[in-house]
Design a protein around this ligand. Structure first.
Ligand SMILES: Cc1cc2nc3c(=O)[nH]c(=O)nc-3n(C[C@H](O)[C@H](O)[C@H](O)COP(=O)(O)O)c2cc1C
Length: 193
């Protein structure tokens, strides 16, 4: 069982990464493998195609997906939005039905607006959204501040626990013969005709 985690910050080892690492450790403790990708910087320095392909390939063999973003101007980073727009274009079918979670890291405010944007990618694509015991956020400007946010750390651990539980439940369901819903042919109307 494997979960792919995406760090949408420009800072490779900043606050978002620190929060993702807490989730990753919680998953690992429950026997779930993890792989963290740093996409933030790559999405704007000419490596977008490469990083989208890299993550899309990893998703084929993964069972769950987690995306983390810092809050920039009360929204997700432009980098992560550009990346997700591309990723969902090419990997929509491989992401469908896989449990997903979004997390946000902020110094102070804009977290719920950020989570709203990120969760919409999952809700559009029939992905069960893994929740926590509060909105999935941590607070801090530096990694060590995130670790001082004890409530935020617990919220991240709870996401890890809930994701592991859901993945195991889906596996048990498959073993018991519960079929995954079939992807239907989409009806597209555009309000013109
Ligand atoms: C361009 C920019 C805009 C930001 N806007 C906000 C904001 O609207 N609200 C907030 O609380 N923090 C804001 N911050 C602070 C970051 O969200 C915060 O420090 C976050 O934890 C950084 O995560 P990272 O270390 O993974 O990049 C901003 C930071 C940058 C660089």
């Amino acid at each position: 069982m494997k979960v792919v985690l995406v760090n949408g910050s420009r800072r490779e080892k900043g606050c978002t990464f620190t929060a993702l690492e807490v989730i990753s450790k919680t998953l690992n403790e429950r026997g779930v493998e993890t792989q963290i990708f740093h996409v933030g910087e790559k999405a704007v320095n000419g490596e977008m195609n490469e990083v989208v392909k890299e993550v899309a390939d990893a998703i084929k063999g993964a069972d769950g997906f987690i995306v983390g973003s810092p809050v920039y101007y009360a929204s997700p980073s432009g980098e992560v939005v550009a990346f997700l727009d591309r990723l969902f274009g090419v990997a929509e079918a491989d992401l469908r039905f896989k449990p997903a979670a979004a997390i946000a890291s902020a110094r102070r405010a804009g977290t719920t607006a950020t989570l709203d944007v990120l969760n919409k990618y999952f809700l559009y694509n029939q992905m069960p959204v893994v929740s926590s015991r509060y909105w999935s956020m941590v607070h801090g400007n530096k990694p060590e501040e995130v670790l001082q946010d004890k409530e935020g750390v617990q919220i991240m651990e709870t996401i890890g626990k809930n994701m592991a539980w859901l993945l195991k439940s889906i596996e048990a369901g498959k073993a018991a013969g519960v079929p995954q819903p079939e992807a239907e042919q989409k009806v597209f109307t555009n309000f013109i005709r």
